[in-house]
Design a protein around this ligand. Sequence first.
Ligand SMILES: CC(C)(COP(=O)(O)OP(=O)(O)OC[C@H]1O[C@@H](n2cnc3c(N)ncnc32)[C@H](O)[C@@H]1OP(=O)(O)O)[C@@H](O)C(=O)NCCC(=O)NCCS
Length: 171
Amino acid sequence: MSPRQERAAIEFGTVNEKNLVQLQRLNTALFPVKYNDKFYQEAIRAPDGFVRLAYFQTILVGAVMVRFESNANGSSRLYIMTLGVLAPYRERGIGAQLLDHVFELLASHPLCSNVSEIALHVHTENTEAIAFYKNRGFEVVELIEKYYKRGVDPPDCYLLSKKVEPRGNGS
Ligand SMILES: CC(C)(COP(=O)(O)OP(=O)(O)OC[C@H]1O[C@@H](n2cnc3c(N)ncnc32)[C@H](O)[C@@H]1OP(=O)(O)O)[C@@H](O)C(=O)NCCC(=O)NCCS
């Protein structure tokens, strides 16, 4: 087992028109799917805190982007669209800090008071990410075949989910 490295001290940043291209480059390096302009415009307009950039010594090394989704039955979930850390900066606690930010949104953001689930899709071969989420209370709830349209082999993913207790409108 490799020696435990010092937990990286990161600073969080927000996304804007000026640094949007940096987020695009980061995601291109991290994910097999290419996100379109609509995705990045959604990033700019996202509610406060729903997109967080992670800087290590002024270098953009990771980011998280979530979306609020409400169901017809009145329940709602937070969907993690992207959460990633550049490979040289992994295993230093940065991914965990990004996920902790999502948990903090759940605990305090006004939009999240009725959220009962956090969900995301992960490529079936992405054992690192699957282990990362399982270690933090997520479960595989579905195998979705042919989820990816192109460039990903196999094109299948898992839907991962973590149930959470809605905190209600009182807080
Ligand atoms: C999944 C992912 C985000 C994890 O990021 P990360 O920065 O490596 O995450 P962490 O460092 O917080 O945790 C990863 C492991 O490193 C270990 N680790 C954390 N801090 C450490 C330290 N200081 N020293 C040594 N190991 C450490 C942890 O034990 C953790 O393993 P665990 O799950 O057993 O706790 C990263 O692998 C990634 O970006 N993958 C590509 C993008 C992707 O597929 N995202 C998922 C779909 S959205």
